[in-house]
Design a protein around this ligand. Sequence first.
Ligand SMILES: Nc1ncnc2c1ncn2[C@@H]1O[C@H](COP(=O)(O)OP(=O)(O)OP(=O)(O)O)[C@@H](O)[C@H]1O
Length: 304
Amino acid sequence: MTYADKLLLEVSGLSMSFGAQRVLDGLDLRLPPGIHALLGPNGAGKTTLVNILSTLLRPTSGRARVLGLDTQSDRRRLQRRIALTGQYAAVDEGLSGAENLLMMGQLFGLSRGVSLKRGDELLGRFGLMPARAARVSTYSGGMRRKLDLAVSLIAEPELIFLDEPTTGLDTRSRQALWDEIHRLAGQGTSVFLTTQYLDEAEALAERILVLDGGRIVAEGTADVLKDRVGGTTIQLHDDSGRLVSEHPTDGTTADVARTLTGLAGRDPGLAVTVRKPSMDEVFLQLTGHVAAGHEPTEREEAAA
Ligand SMILES: Nc1ncnc2c1ncn2[C@@H]1O[C@H](COP(=O)(O)OP(=O)(O)OP(=O)(O)O)[C@@H](O)[C@H]1O
């Protein structure tokens, strides 16, 4: 097995333009198997990248290998090993949930019996058993999204692309999807998801990629990205909550104790907080603008 075979994704010099608009601008990426989140604001090019990686779209230039296969020349072979769940549920409205799963299972070469069995397992896992025989046209948005995910999992892909999987879902459905993504990862399926939500990227992904201006502007674990933006600090506040001073720390008990010993003599009455920058602050620092759906805090406005 070559090194490239062990990589989940390998992208070099990838660019995509629509007319005069350059959406991706010479992207380079090498990712191992695992859960990866592509984070970026509206229009950053997340869907465009996912569509290229999942073979739906041909890049203007550059190349991408997924699971060791070229997205253009090995298109067919690659399509059998990946699944894509889009922002808009792509299931047949006229069929029931069970029929959609049966159809997709058979399309992927599974027998009728196996398709039905696996389909019912998936319906159960997503809490859709009561709606098993109901037409999808009667499903709520959240139910459709879950069915969409179930449909893309029936062939047990090695890699699943989830394009903004929880956009528009209520908190409970969102949590159910998060749980399912963790479960998938636990059984060895890799996940490449896009999101505009920092908390989602932080909760799910081992590695976060920040896409902005057609390029990956940062890459790493949530902790690594937070460290790039100044890391952990000890903050001291007075009675009225005003920030009096802020001191860098590595966050360990030894370092916090040492720092506080020095400070306690000077300001014995102040309140202490040990604080890591939020993913929102990280996003602002890395891209120069706030993330979608986020009201900037005073602190972030000051930082901008
Ligand atoms: N087929 C297309 N033809 C022309 N322009 C396109 C096409 N697809 C995408 N674009 C443009 O490319 C840019 C990036 O779009 P894309 O959907 O990849 O962004 P995104 O990061 O997924 O955004 P969102 O979070 O809003 O889904 C946008 O300005 C969009 O209008």
